[in-house]
Design a protein around this ligand. Sequence first.
Ligand SMILES: Nc1nc2c(ncn2[C@@H]2O[C@H](COP(=O)(O)OP(=O)(O)O)[C@@H](O)[C@H]2O)c(=O)[nH]1
Ligand SMILES: [Mg+2]
Length: 227
Amino acid sequence: MKAQHLYSPGFFHLAVVGTSGCGKSSFINAVHGLSNNHDSDDSIVARTEIVECTNKATRYPDPRPNSRIIWYDIPSAGTPNMPDWQYFNNLGLYIFDCIIVLFDNRFSESNLTILRTCEQFKNVEAFIVRSKSDQHINNMAFTACDKMPQGFDPSDIDDKLTHDRFRQIKSEEQRRFIDKTRQNVQTNLESNNLSPQKVYIVCKDAMLTMWSNSLSSKAIDEAETLE
Ligand SMILES: Nc1nc2c(ncn2[C@@H]2O[C@H](COP(=O)(O)OP(=O)(O)O)[C@@H](O)[C@H]2O)c(=O)[nH]1
Ligand SMILES: [Mg+2]
């Protein structure tokens, strides 16, 4: 399995796992300073260093100077052709030093199975990351606007009063989203007899902004996640 993943002794091997479409590839791109249409970027990573392993995982050496991390974009979990309990073994996830369990809308059964298996393999440390926070907060904010008095149109960005009010609504919804997400994950961990742990809440744009040493207004846990 180490040969399949082109394992390099002395390096730290980090796998990103999650269901299809949860944002694994976008997350790895953003962590590496690449937008999703990076064919047009001045790529920080030499594209030739990114290889697809025989088991379809994609291997990305970390582009930061002197980094000894190798990132892996792992084929999606929760597909009908591979039950959750086989996924960990079939993809050789036990060879990794660390696994990031990424999820978007739903903290699913396949996420819990991976976390449970990581607890059994004591050498594999797992982190939980919630992706696409921007998308969800936007949706919540627009839903909250529906409850505003008739005539309030959040898309009217030229009106300063509307603009300020919408920003305020968004910041309230962001707080609610953070609280709900943390609570939901803790409840799920607890009811599955898993140890409590932090959930890192991120979005790809704020992650990418970290590369320009500035802080995006969308940022939540991006700095801590990179750390
Ligand atoms: N708004 C938003 N969209 C995202 C984010 N991350 C991923 N996406 C979108 O979600 C879709 C699936 O992402 P992708 O990285 O291909 O998921 P994968 O199947 O897990 O690799 C794409 O359309 C992405 O642009 C995010 O942080 N915010
Ligand atoms: Mg992908």
